[in-house]
Design a protein around this ligand. Structure first.
Ligand SMILES: [Mn+2]
Length: 396
């Protein structure tokens, strides 16, 4: 009994410590008359408070400090253009790739700072370099809002400097935007109540600034010679011979025209997600394709077939070397960069033609964080460690 009590205390204390602060936002929402309002949650569980103030496009909003990461400002832009399917960069352009940040804002920032992608005040310092983030900012961790604002602001700063920031969607973006609450950090359920909206997805709808921005994003993009995406391209997807534009627009339409799930349980059943229910133009073929691409195990956001265990888990055959050949040839790229499936360290697969980037960002113990990025410069590939070191990637 004593042992059980000790165990409960050990489990309960860190959770309790987490529950104390409740800082989030801003959420920038547009009303039916086109006016924008920024909502910021502050305080703690016992007494949270919501500040709201009218804002206009061109104004700056402030994103509050988190742990040792300073507050920063982001300028609100008029609606962003649809993200390109393809970015041409020279072979000498430095690239930095990170996958699956899952709400770990402080770790993500530390990694970017150690590799001089941003400076101490979170300003872009990667010049003409390009940063690609391979999806899954939402869920699990406590600070996805801050990560999205940082990416939003860095996009503008990078473009100004002649570089770029490219966020591609992961399966957790589609889950969160469609109203699945099963993976949300508990903080966001309290934010939902504090802001008095029916479900958390209402804070990321098409009437919100960042929700609208997310719906411009690609799911699969070419960055120079690299295909950048969250899960992977399956043989079943190659066999459909779709262009990147077709893949990206189908998922965008699905996110734009599907009503977020508002049921009482955290997880919608698939038949409760009314795909493209709000679009009058959608045909059955459009719905089938969107379902395959956005939610299917062989779609680009969920596929795990480059990994033996992942393939087994999905009941799909592991991708063959010839499948990788077909993907590289169909999309005219040299390598495929994927997140989604966790690896201990960034790993070359299929003779270096596929690179597994997702090392789960986490704290091993308080203050002991784990994260890796993929750095590409001078035609060489490096594992970018959280201590600032680069290790050239080798075949094993
Ligand atoms: Mn994922």
């Amino acid at each position: 009994m004593a042992r059980m009590t000790a165990f409960l205390l050990w489990v309960a204390l860190p959770l309790f410590a987490y529950a104390e602060t409740l800082s989030d936002g801003p959420y920038v929402l547009q009303d039916a008359d086109g006016r924008w309002m920024a909502y910021q949650v502050t305080g703690d569980d016992a007494s949270s408070s919501v500040k709201h103030e009218p804002v206009a496009i061109g104004d700056d909003v402030t994103v509050a400090a988190v742990e040792n990461v300073p507050a920063f400002r982001a300028r609100l832009r008029p609606s962003d253009p649809i993200a390109p399917d393809e970015i041409a960069v020279s072979a000498r352009t430095p690239l930095f790739v990170v996958a699956d940040t899952h709400g770990q804002f402080a770790i993500f920032v530390a990694l970017l700072q150690k590799h001089a992608i941003v400076d101490s005040k979170l300003r872009w310092s990667f010049g003409k370099g390009h940063l690609a983030v391979l999806g899954d900012v939402f869920d699990r961790g406590p600070n996805h809002t801050e990560i999205f604002w940082l990416l939003y602001k860095l996009e503008a700063e990078a473009a100004q400097a002649g570089g770029g920031v490219h966020f591609v969607l992961g399966n957790h973006e589609t889950l969160a935007l469609l109203g699945d609450r099963g993976y949300l950090h508990p903080k966001y359920l309290r934010v939902t109540s504090a802001l008095n909206v029916p479900v958390y997805a209402d804070l990321w709808g098409s009437n919100t600034l960042l929700g609208r921005w997310l719906r411009t994003k690609a799911s699969v993009m070419k960055l120079g010679d690299f295909l950048c995406l969250h899960g992977g391209i399956s043989k079943a997807l190659v066999d459909r011979s779709l262009s990147l534009a077709q893949i990206n627009q189908s998922i965008r339409d699905a996110l734009t025209f599907t009503e977020a799930y508002k049921g009482a349980s955290a997880r919608p059943a698939l038949n409760q997600v009314r795909l493209l229910s709000l679009s009058t133009r959608a045909t059955d073929a459009d719905r089938e394709l969107a379902g395959f691409l956005m939610s299917g195990p062989l779609g680009p956001l969920w596929y795990r077939g480059y990994f033996p265990q992942g393939a087994q888990q999905q009941g799909a055959p592991i991708a063959l070397d010839t499948d990788i050949d077909s993907i590289l040839s169909l999309y005219d790229v040299r390598k495929i960069l994927v997140g989604h499936t966790i690896v201990d360290t960034i790993t070359l697969l299929y003779n270096g033609r596929v690179i597994a980037v997702q090392v789960a960002m986490r704290y091993e113990s308080p203050g002991q964080a784990i994260a890796e990025g993929l750095a590409i410069k001078g035609g060489k590939l490096y594992r970018a460690r959280l201590n600032g070191k680069l290790e050239e990637l080798q075949m094993r």
